[in-house]
Design a protein. Sequence first.
Length: 485
Amino acid sequence: MLKIVEQMKSIVGEKNVITSKVDRMAYSRDLTPYLAVPEMVIFVEDTNQVVKILGVASSNDIPITPRGGGASFQGSSLPVRGGIILDLSRMNKILEISKDDLVAIVQPGVRYETFQHELERHGLSFPHDVGSHDAATLGGILASDSNGHHAYRHGRVGSWIQGMEVVLLDGTILELGTRAPRYNMGYNLSALFAGSQGTLGIITKAILRIVPKMPVSATIGGFFQNLDDLMAASHAITMSGVDAGTLEATDGYTVNTISDVMNLGFPKCEGNFVGDLEGFNEENLQQKLSIMKKILEDHGGENVIIARDEKMNKILWAPRMEIDVAIVNVHPGYREFGFAAADPCVPLTKMAEAMRNIGQIIRSHGILAAVFCHTGIGIIHPAVLMDPNNSEHWNAMKLAEKEILDYVISIGGIISAEHGFGYVKNIFVREAVGDTKLNLDRRIKQIFDPKGILNPGKMGLDTDERDEDIEFVFSAYVADKDVQE
């Protein structure tokens, strides 16, 4: 390995290769309970360096795991087979913003928040906000084919990719698409790499579609005694034609906890609704707000609030964004962890039922659950909140995730709609997609990565297991083979 280290230093410089264990440990964690320490961490600054590093790694069969912000709930950027962490955070240049072509050309290490702030200076937007916007990089968002809060109106991120530069394992630089708004040139490989989580190649540049930023905006929220009424209101907004940016809901446990801890004065409820919207001008915005307010109230929404400033906006979004902090106040030492049932999607007609049942499943096992959802697109995010030093809690989480996923499938849903399979869902992939698709996925992986060294151990592409090949951060963690029914 010493020889490999020297080769890597000759490519990127000595200061950009980390080998000391204490520094490597910083790259061994994410938001899951797993620990995977790489043998080295390499910072890259340009595509040519990526090409050379892949050449060395391929020649020596060294696993290589790309990493952006490292905020994964699914273990997507953990080096579960050791080897190299390829840190792309220093490839962080916004290469171009074109107001005329409505495109931006970016490197993968650009953070979403930085990108959005720069676009706003030009009166533009990339309307694809994600919960981890302050940490998430564009490369990570693209590689996960993320949805984000505004997916209701703007779709998943893959549809915003006009072009992409990808380095393949053999060092080939693959150029996909152009700054031209549309193309239909054979297989859509951009869509294949979006969501591949670094298992097929390394994204080193992207051409992204951008849009004008609307001049006025607002957030509207209301509280419901019945989740069925809330979902009916959300669907009525969709059917009204009002082009809201987000339609979100949070369950009553979460709303009531946040309100009590932060002294927000929210009414006790079974759930709250929050929607963001924009307007061409104030008159246009007020018309939309009027329609949404009436729909919410007609369906039983109480205390409807309209926010026009950052302070009130944060209050309305608090149940969605501040639950971790609130729970720590109530239960010191508790934390949220990524688990396999973190992002299922169900038919719109099943959303109220699913929010209730998923929360009840988790709580019935003796741990806490905060349940959020993107009401307009069927995605539900149950957050498991627990004591990581309590083995009974880990056992309960394992039982709950299996029960949730079985339930989701039984009502016509799917087990992952946003975070992807990563490492955490390995044991559920075959059941979720079936043998035929899994075998095709594995053959595609073999074409692009015949050595099996690009982000191995992920997405069920080379294993049906988890917990068998990795260390655990907490001694109380209960591995799959030790779960007690």
